[in-house]
Design a protein around this ligand. Structure first.
Ligand code: PAF
Length: 276
């Protein structure tokens, strides 16, 4: 596996080599990332893994400062999963002096994570637009845990006529249901145990839908109660349309239940799809 640091090097590395798959990441790999790299390996001729802790999408300085980084370990794991190129640019290579353009997506980027983390999705949309332009992949692989990010990226790719297909892979979970996240390492043992309430709440809402419940407010309350029992206050529990992220009141088709919650000092997100 080759490690490259700038746009000229990545373009030279992928030139004329067939179907290019891109896996966008901020590193600190867990099974969720590795599942994306393996899917790219199975579907594409060349697999490029993007590794860049993008400062513009962090709205809390402490979150950026404490974000886990270990390029050597990530490079070894990416190579094991069959990546051909690790594209790990510096901040100066992505945002050179004079950089002045921001991509903002209206609507889907304004609610939930967008409302609570001002500037977050502008940071994501801008860096994703840049990486897609730099690498020119036919397919880019994203994880379903960041469901709103997926909806924002899909909107941007459609609106800007970017020719990359966005492939979304299921959330990878620990044996007890906790969604894998680079932030899980920050949980102490008690927080780690209590954090299982996130998935428990979501699965009990899904079981209620299977049992005939259609009222979004009742479903949200079920999730909130499960979190409250574990001493966790939700930042939001939202029952929404998976594409527009507009609120749904009565479940009548595929619907997403998404949540964000702080467990101790660590902010976690999770979601589940339900359908009548
Ligand atoms: O999901 C992530 O890891 C990041 O938001 C992404 C897509 C790599 C952009 O920095």
């Amino acid at each position: 596996m080759k490690i490259v640091r700038d746009v000229a090097a990545v373009r030279a590395a992928v030139a004329g080599s067939g179907r290019v798959g891109l896996v966008p990441t901020m590193g600190a790999f867990h099974e969720g990332h590795l599942s994306l790299i393996r899917a790219a390996r199975a579907a594409c001729d060349v697999v490029v893994v993007w590794l860049f802790v993008n400062p513009t999408q962090f709205n809390e300085k402490s979150d950026l400062a404490g974000y886990p980084r270990d390029e050597e370990r990530d490079a070894a794991l990416a190579a094991e999963c069959g990546a051909d190129i690790l594209f790990a640019p510096s901040v100066a290579a992505v945002y050179p002096a004079g950089f002045a353009t921001t991509v903002t997506v209206a609507g889907v980027a304004d609610v939930l994570e967008g409302a609570l983390r001002p500037g977050h999705f502008a940071g994501v949309a801008t860096v994703v637009a840049k990486m897609l332009n730099m690498v020119g992949p036919e397919v880019a692989f994203f994880g379903a845990k960041d469901a709103q990010q997926v909806a924002v990226v899909r909107r941007m790719v459609a609106d800007l006529d970017i020719g990359t297909r966005i492939e979304v892979l299921p959330i990878v979970r620990e044996a007890d249901g906790l969604a894998m996240s680079s932030r899980n390492v920050r949980l102490d043992p008690d927080e780690r145990r209590r954090a299982t309430a996130l998935h428990r709440g979501l699965t009990s809402a899904r079981a209620a839908v299977t049992g005939g419940e259609r009222d979004a407010a009742v479903l949200a309350r079920l999730v909130q109660d499960e979190l409250a029992d574990a001493g966790i206050a939700a930042e939001y529990v939202a029952v929404i349309d998976p594409d527009s992220f507009e609120p749904v009141e009565i479940i009548a088709g595929p619907t997403l239940i998404a949540l964000a919650a702080r467990v101790g000092a660590t902010r976690l997100i999770d979601n589940i799809e339900v359908a009548p």
